[in-house]
Design a binder for this molecule. Sequence first.
Ligand SMILES: Cc1cc2nc3c(=O)[nH]c(=O)nc-3n(C[C@H](O)[C@H](O)[C@H](O)COP(=O)(O)OP(=O)(O)OC[C@H]3O[C@@H](n4cnc5c(N)ncnc54)[C@H](O)[C@@H]3O)c2cc1C
Length: 462
Amino acid sequence: MGTASQLDDATVESLRERLHGAVLQPDDDGYDEARSVWNAMIDTKPAVVARCTGAADVMTAVDVAREHGVPLAVKGGGHNVAGTALCEGLVIDLAPMDWIRVDPAARTARVGAGATWGDVDHETQAFGLATTGGIVTSTGVAGLTLGGGLGYLARKFGLAHDNLRSVDVVTAAGELVHASADERSDLFWAMRGGGGNFGVATAFEFDLHELGPEILSVRLLYPYEAVPETLQFYEEFMSDAPNEVGCYAAILRGSPEYGLPEPLHGETLLAFRGLYAGDVAEARAAFQPLRDFGDPIADLTETMPYTVYQAQADELYCEGHRNYWKSNFYDEISEGFVETLMNHVESIPSPYSSMFFEWMEGAIAEADATAFPHRDRTFSFTVAPKWTDSERDEEHLTWAREFHEALKPYAADGVYVNYMDDDEDDRVRAAYGDTYDRLVELKDEWDPDNLFSTNQNVEPTV
Ligand SMILES: Cc1cc2nc3c(=O)[nH]c(=O)nc-3n(C[C@H](O)[C@H](O)[C@H](O)COP(=O)(O)OP(=O)(O)OC[C@H]3O[C@@H](n4cnc5c(N)ncnc54)[C@H](O)[C@@H]3O)c2cc1C
């Protein structure tokens, strides 16, 4: 792949003439907004951002990048912590393609590749329908789905991409193709877990399920001292819970952003947040054992619309902070794991930092095989420092790295590809696990020149 300088003025001008969407360079209005991503650690300045309005614009942008040998990146919702939405060459920004069309009778939704999970929940809940999505409304449908798609509904309905019926893809050759279980099934397999390696997804077709609009939102807070026995109970509870129960745990500092009263600000807390993918009365019964456990500081459980539930974590994970993630899968909450956790939690270096457990199992383990190789894992645990002062970068990075290192003896194999930071190229094989070799074969077929390389990259061998 060449350099951004291969995008000369004449090429940019011809891109402007051929695209419906705006073509932005550093001096243009809107350029900085178009190149901004969730993680403020990322300050990449692309030579050109092509704000594509449809598949035709994407095909043109891909052709230009390929023909001129220019580095290419694809931006969906811009949430990838490693900043893979950007490069210094040409960025295809899909934000204008945020359309959604729900077919309530067929219980499907067609979703443009620039949509966020907030957009999807808004449109589908109008019909009392939903599908597995992320836990923050501004996360992009595209990146989350292509890498996997964990969410509160995943134990009931599978990962986001387990609900995918088909996907439209612009290939490295600049052609638009449709992939599903019946058509280009190999490519369809690779697009479900293989990330952005195989082409630019322009539209997704999802299965939808009945849900809400009112659901039981479970929110429990425990004091830091109660972490060991409460986590142990959480493990027991989740091991027996029905698939309808989606419940995550987090250790964080109490703050106004988390909607907590003043006396809890600055306190280190263990928080559970969960829902039940079904009837509210059944939900109360299913969550009762967890709500009865120990001596919580607060039980903020209440019924609410699913769309309100899905927006609850937005402030906590808002844009504008500096972020760094270190993540692993685990099979159990062992004593050693908890001891290590307690040792490092004491020294959380900023009030915005957190660490979160995403319990898996259920339908995630039962779904058909895709390129996501971690279906047998019990939970994912991520250390996520979050801060504002760039002069303290090293302190936060070191805290997360040392914590992560100390947890290694208790971790299972693999890492979720969507949670990898930008210094983890050596973990790419672990992220694709057993599916790596087949992904390489398909990369050789669909993108032999590695046009789509600004991602957790599967390198072609041809
Ligand atoms: C606040 C926050 C909350 C999150 N919550 C969850 C969660 O609940 N569950 C979960 O599973 N993950 C979650 N994630 C992780 C998320 O899945 C990844 O960050 C994912 O990459 C985000 O997708 P995006 O489109 O927003 O990202 P982007 O940064 O825009 O894209 C990420 C990468 O995906 C690829 N890509 C994007 N769009 C396309 C496309 N249309 N075609 C081809 N390739 C494309 C590109 O390689 C790109 O580099 C969260 C992340 C954040 C920051």
